[in-house]
Design a protein around this ligand. Structure first.
Ligand code: PAF
Length: 279
């Protein structure tokens, strides 16, 4: 497995790989890898001839009061996991490499980005689109892999890829969960024992929503009210948002008549967790 911190080096390796008509798969990550990331890598390995994983904690997607500094950085462990999966190249740039002093160009999607997490985290998706554009230009993948846990992010990336003619296929893969339902997330590491237990309330609330919708309840407000009550039964839980939205536009759906996404962001103690379910 090649590990490179250098853009030119990666560009040259990819050039050579592509000259042999090999399919390049790409999994962008911020490291602190878990089973969710590994499921993306495993699928990329099946689909592609050459798999690239990037590990970069991207400062531009964190707000000033967010967890950029304390975000888990576990490169040694990540490296071992990726080696085991047979990854071909790990791109592990520094902040200076990605954002040199004179950096002044950003990529912003302006329709899907200002609801849900975009509403609570202004500027977050501008940072995501910027770094993902840069990574796409460096790695030039044929297929890029994202997890459904960040449903909004995946939709924004798809939009950006179409709007800016990146010519990359974006694959969105299902959420991987712990046996008790908690979605794998690098931020789960922040939870203490009691918080970890209470964090299962996110999936319980989503499951309740699914049951209510399948049972014929069409009024989103009724469902959201019941979810709120369930989540707030946990004393460490504070709701950022609970929304029932159209899967494509991400706009609120009041009366459920076709496929919807139930999405939520909940603080468990100081840790903000997101999750969703497509019903
Ligand atoms: O989903 C993530 O881990 C990040 O937002 C991404 C896509 C790697 C961009 O920094």
């Amino acid at each position: 497995m090649i590990i490179s911190r250098n853009i030119k080096n990666v560009v040259n390796i990819i050039k050579k790989v592509k000259s042999k008509k090999k399919i390049v798969g790409f999994v962008p990550t911020m490291g602190a890898l878990h089973k969710g990331h590994l499921s993306l890598v495993k699928t990329a390995k099946k689909d592609c001839d050459f798999v690239v994983v990037s590990i970069f904690v991207n400062p531009t997607q964190f707000g000033p009061k967010e967890d950029y500094k304390k975000y888990p950085r576990t490169f040694k462990k990540d490296k071992k996991l990726l080696e085991r999966e047979g990854v071909d190249l790990v791109f592990y740039p520094t902040v200076k490499t990605m954002y040199p002093k004179d950096f002044s160009t950003y990529v912003q999607e302006v329709f899907l980005s200002n609801v849900l997490c975009g509403d609570s985290r202004p500027g977050h998706f501008k940072g995501v689109c910027t770094v993902v554009s840069k990574l796409f230009n460096i790695v030039k993948p044929d297929i890029a892999y994202f997890g459904q846990k960040d449903y909004q992010q995946a939709q924004i990336i798809k939009r950006m890829v179409a709007d800016l003619n990146f010519g990359i296929k974006v694959k969105v893969l299902p959420i991987i969960r712990e046996p008790d339902g908690l979605a794998f997330s690098s931020r789960n590491m922040y939870l203490d024992k009691i918080e970890r237990k209470q964090a299962t309330i996110l999936f319980k609330a989503l499951t309740l929503a699914k049951q209510l919708i399948k049972g014929g309840i069409k009024d989103s407000n009724i469902i959201i009210k019941k979810m709120k009550k369930l989540i707030l039964s946990q004393d460490f839980a504070k709701i950022d948002y609970i929304k029932i939205v159209d899967p494509k536009t991400l706009r609120d759906v009041e009366k459920i008549e076709k496929k919807v996404v139930v999405a939520l962001a909940v603080f468990i103690g100081k840790t903000r967790l997101i999750d969703n379910i497509i019903v």
